[in-house]
Every structure is written in C-alpha cells, then in structure tokens.
Design a protein around this ligand. Structure first.
Ligand SMILES: *Cc1c(COP(=O)(O)O)cnc(C)c1O
Length: 355
C-alpha cells in the first residue's frame, strides 16, 4: 500500500478515457421543461408502478446514495451502485487489468464469479488455496504477487466455506500489496465481524463490495455496491454504462433502506434458524462435519453427498451440490430456510436415513 499509485495502476486506455456524456450528465441545475433526451414528453402511458417511467434515471443515483451513505456511515461519493455486485466485479477487472498481461489473485475455494469474469476478459487467475481450516494466510497470498498482479479478491465471510477471515490477516494483505484489494462482504449482515467500510480512509487501495441480494431479501432487484475512495469511485463512474441502474429499482431500493430495522429482525431469525439447523443436522449419522458459519448457509461434509443430493432433489428440495474444489468435494451447501422449510428438510433427511 505504501507505494500505491492509482493513476499508475489503471489501464492506460481507462486512464485516458473520455467517458460518454449523456444529456442528464451535462445538465445539473433546476429546470422544468426537459427536451434534451428524446424521451416521450407525453409521459408513459403504461400506468404501472411508481411513475416517472418516461424519464431516464439519474446516472449517479443521488437520492439512493445519500440514503445509503447515512445507513452505512460513508460519504455519498465513496459509493458505486451497480446491477448486482457482479457488475462491480466486472468493472474492477476492466479498470485495472490488461487482457493477456495482468493477473488477479483469488483465495480458493471461493465465489465463482471472480474467475468467470477474469476468464471472459482474458485475465490470468492465480488461485491460492486457503489453509485446510479455511483460514487465510497472508504470507501465502502475498507470495503469489508479481509485477502484473493488479487485484486480490478476498471474500469474507467466504462463500462457500462460510467462515470469516481474521481482520489482522486481511489488513496485512492491504498493507503489503500495492494493487487493489477487494473485500467481498455479501454476507456481512450475518457475520460477527465488523465491515471494512469503516476503514476506507486508512486504505486507498481498498474496495468493499456489498449487496441487496442476501440479507435485504432483494435478489431480484440486482443492486450491489462498491465502497472505495472518492478517486476510485470516480473511475467506476467513468467506465460504467450511463444508466446502469434501473430507475424503478433505484426508487424501491431507497424505500427499502428506510426499513433497516425490519432487515435486522429477519437476520436475527435467520441466525436462530442457522443455530437450530446446525444442532439438528449434527445428529444425522451421514453428516461428518458442519463447518462454522458466519453466513446464511451451512457447509456440510457428508458420507455420500451425491446420494443425498439426489434424494433431496427427488423430494423437491434443491441444495447446492457441485462444489468441486478438493477441500469440499464431499460437501453440500444449504441455505438457511424458514422454520417450516427447515423442518421439511429435516423430515426428508430422516426418510433418507430410514430408507
Ligand atoms: C451472492 C453473492 C454476491 C452477490 O452478488 P449480486 O450480484 O449482488 O447478487 C456477491 N458475492 C458473493 C460471494 C456472493 O455469494
């Protein structure tokens, strides 16, 4: 981090990019007649939803960012909002990684999208295995850094292993690496650990990603955030599609943010169910191990995962099976359901046992 230089780290074409400027980018004052963007001035005749459909949305989502900044205790200009955090992953790699030249580091087993996005853009991926207890060893990660390593993705709490990595270990990576460190905090609401959003001012090379898809219960909206320095966010704004966030969704998400206490109540229920499910699942003879979880899912090591997966599927219950990394090839990942769903799951597994 000591030699972190954002300008130098950027791909030259991005550094020199003159971004597309839409009509709504250029006009910032007050006006009451908008004849600048070839919208339908007669309005939208569909008569559905929250209204204002005939206008292009705000390219920078001012209202949503103001509300989000308040809830997350960051500044509005430290926020990028995208079509899911998957958009943020895609933009980060495009901003910093030169195809066929640069590389990224991921810590496996982990979320599959980092590699898919890198593969699409022809960026090499260095997959560094976690320790056998799924902890992150900063020395092992840093040993893989070379002059072409631009981004290290750290997913904590990690999907699919479910654990959080120690804060000190992550800080060691942030301090020793001169490229970008992306902290994926998709599961932070379920975790006992503090969010890294409160460390943005300490680390100019830090990007924190969060999402509305998990704890907020809004996966269908496709809204994900990246939090970073004002300088990094300015680059996101340069490379993103002008109207990357749907305006209807922007309004509904702003509304959802006023219901944080409801979200917290549901999170509490999910954590109770996680505890309950863990206690119950432990008692099945075919469950060899349940890994500690800081998320809304459990990772189970089973005697015969294929047979159990197929049995559940036959009974109409879908869990995540194809976890291919050698550390977890005997495992299933099960999302915490409602009380009723979990009871049905347990009942079905009992049938499996007696079969
Ligand atoms: C679910 C998940 C996300 C969320 O992605 P969205 O595109 O925001 O839905 C991001 N990272 C990880 C590790 C996840 O498991």
């Amino acid at each position: 981090m000591k030699d972190f230089n954002l300008e130098k780290l950027l791909r030259p074409n991005i550094r020199n990019l003159k971004p597309y400027s839409s009509a709504r980018h250029e006009f910032t004052g007050e006006a009451h007649i908008f004849l600048d963007a070839n919208e339908n001035s007669f309005g939208s005749f569909q008569g559905v939803g929250v209204g204002g459909h005939h206008r292009y949305p705000d390219p920078f989502q001012k209202f949503l960012k103001e509300k989000l900044a308040e809830v997350k205790n960051v500044l509005p200009n430290q926020i990028f909002i995208g079509n899911g955090s998957d958009e943020a992953i895609d933009l980060i790699i495009r901003m910093f990684c030169e195809p066929k030249v640069d590389n990224i580091i991921i810590n496996t087993p982990t979320y599959g999208m980092y590699k898919v996005v890198a593969d699409i853009q022809d960026i090499a991926v260095k997959a560094v295995d976690l320790e056998e207890d799924f902890s992150l060893n900063p020395e092992t990660v840093l040993a893989q850094v070379d002059e072409f390593t631009k981004v290290i993705f750290i997913c904590s709490p990690n999907n699919p292993t479910g654990n959080s990595f120690g804060q000190d270990n992550i800080i060691q990576v942030l301090e020793s690496f001169n490229g970008i460190v992306v902290m994926d905090e998709a599961y932070i609401d379920f975790s006992s650990q503090a969010s890294f959003t409160q460390m943005l001012s300490n680390f100019p090379n830090l990007i924190v990603m969060q999402t509305f898809s998990k704890a907020w219960g809004l996966a269908q909206f496709r809204v994900g955030m990246a939090y970073a320095s004002e300088e990094i966010i300015a680059i996101f704004n340069k490379v993103k599609a002008p109207y990357n966030l749907n305006g209807v969704i922007e309004k509904l998400t702003t509304l959802a943010l006023t219901k944080e206490s409801e979200k917290n109540k549901v999170v509490k229920k999910i954590l109770e169910q996680r505890e309950f499910l863990e206690q119950e699942l432990k008692q099945f003879p075919f469950v060899k191990k349940i890994y500690p979880s800081d998320t809304n899912f459990l990772l189970l090591e089973l005697d015969d995962r294929e047979a159990i997966y197929n049995f559940l599927k036959k009974e109409g219950i879908i869990v995540r099976g194809n976890l291919n990394h050698p550390f977890i090839k005997g495992c299933l990942r099960i999302t915490i359901g409602t009380e009723t769903q979990n009871q049905t799951l347990l009942k079905t597994l009992k049938q499996y046992t007696t079969n």
